[in-house]
Design a protein around this ligand. Structure first.
Ligand SMILES: Nc1nc2c(ncn2[C@@H]2O[C@H](COP(=O)(O)OP(=O)(O)OP(=O)(O)O)[C@@H](O)[C@H]2O)c(=O)[nH]1
Ligand SMILES: [Mg+2]
Length: 387
């Protein structure tokens, strides 16, 4: 399963409360206040990780709750701080803060919280569902599925973080401060303070995580144009290749390696067709993954195997890209003609050049490893030009 958009509820740990205690010891009358401070609550922290490529972990655990701080104790002992909950997300994850939907139930909602299935920092690395209060693991999955439906930009609220570099961290929710114990409040005039501070509540909120893959080159084309075949030819990625449309159902990444150890990341997305903006085919939501590509490669089936004229294919692709986001057309783009081994291709290429002027075309036959070196050279030069 490939998840690239998911709603998440996160709450940092509450601070522990300060303690009210007095020193007791034989022959020490009126020993004075000795209540320790509460520990701070753990924070929910996101960390970008280049070994991940989708948000599946969040699909299974859509609630992230960090550990609360421990309360202060007598004899001046401070409570332990709550453990931070560090959540790994793929590089290229955008975090949106959703407008709050539920009424403020912060503060003393500890009991309500215990009914929720949660991943808690206190439980170590392994996600654990707490299913008390009649909530089953299955119910969690279902709600997550509902949540993972595409959301429009206006519903998304504001972007609070963009995790692009491996190891980059972002504090999603900060833990509450611990309360001070009563020993902090002793003064000459008030030597037995019988009060202490409560801990502060941890931050909480609803967020939307959206993955936009970070790649250098985005491959777009109609279904069956040979995008996956090309990715196989230039990298060690092995996406499924088959002679039917929509073989590729979610983005695939390939790394192109050059002799001098230079590497480029190429992203193959599902086929784009006419009307994709109206959700025809697989729709066009997957185009978010090429939004960040430095260059686009439009791959055309020059042999017209699916009875499509390559020039129509070309214009249609441009139109769909524009309808998705006009900024797509501002990226440098290159046209590559595939299936040049087929008899009809030569003639079609000539026609294409006549019809679509001033557009350089690179002829290749991905299935037969023809023109692959030229293609690799082309994308390398193109990416270097942008960077
Ligand atoms: N003759 C010929 N056939 C090719 C060439 N490249 C790919 N094909 C064939 O075209 C068909 C589709 O290739 P894919 O790589 O799956 O195409 P795709 O663009 O990834 O298709 P979707 O994932 O469905 O969007 C397969 O049957 C390939 O064998 C080529 O250079 N020449
Ligand atoms: Mg494919």
């Amino acid at each position: 399963m490939f998840i690239d958009e998911i709603k998440i509820y996160a709450r940092a740990g509450h601070g522990g409360k300060g303690s009210v205690a007095f020193h007791r010891e034989a022959y020490v009358p009126k020993g004075g206040p000795s209540g320790g401070n509460g520990g701070r609550g753990g924070s929910v922290i996101l960390q970008a990780d280049h070994d991940l490529n989708n948000l599946i972990a969040q699909y299974y655990v859509p609630k992230l709750i960090a550990q609360d701080g421990e309360g202060g104790m007598g004899k001046g002992m401070d409570g332990h701080a709550g453990k931070d909950l560090i959540i790994k997300v793929p590089c290229g994850t955008l975090v949106w803060r959703l407008p709050s939907t539920k009424p403020a139930e912060t503060g003393d909602d500890e009991d309500a919280e215990t009914d929720r299935p949660v991943l808690q920092s206190s439980t170590g690395k392994r996600p654990v569902f707490r299913t008390s209060g009649g909530v089953t693991a299955q119910e969690i999955d279902l709600s997550a599925e509902e949540d993972s439906e595409a959301t429009t930009d206006s519903e998304k609220g504001e972007v609070v973080a963009d995790l692009t570099e491996h190891g980059q961290q972002f504090i999603l929710c900060k833990g509450g401060r611990g309360g001070l114990g009563n020993r902090n409040f002793a003064t000459a005039a008030r030597q037995t303070p019988r009060f202490a501070q409560p801990g502060e509540p941890g931050d909480e909120g609803d967020f939307l995580f959206e993955l936009r893959i970070m790649a250098d080159v985005g491959l777009v084309g109609y279904p069956n144009a040979g995008k996956s075949t090309l990715l196989t030819a230039i990298s060690r990625a092995r996406p499924k290749v088959a002679p039917y449309p929509f073989t590729t159902l979610h983005p695939q990444i390939g790394i192109v390696e050059y002799k001098d150890f230079k590497r480029l990341v190429v992203c193959d997305v599902p086929g784009l067709i006419e009307g994709a903006h109206q959700n025809v085919g697989l729709g066009h939501a997957f185009l978010r993954h090429i939004k960040r590509c430095k260059i686009l490669v439009l791959l055309l089936d020059m042999a017209g195997t699916d009875n499509r004229a390559p020039w129509d294919e070309y214009h249609q692709l441009l139109k769909e890209l524009e309808l998705y986001d006009p900024a797509m057309l501002e990226k440098p783009r290159y046209v590559v003609a595939n299936k040049m081994d087929e008899p009809a291709a030569e003639e079609n290429l000539k026609k294409f050049k006549r019809k679509v002027k001033k557009t350089p075309v690179l002829p290749i036959a991905a299935g037969f490893d023809e023109g692959i070196d030229q293609f690799k050279k082309l994308i390398r030069e193109a990416v270097e030009e942008v960077a």
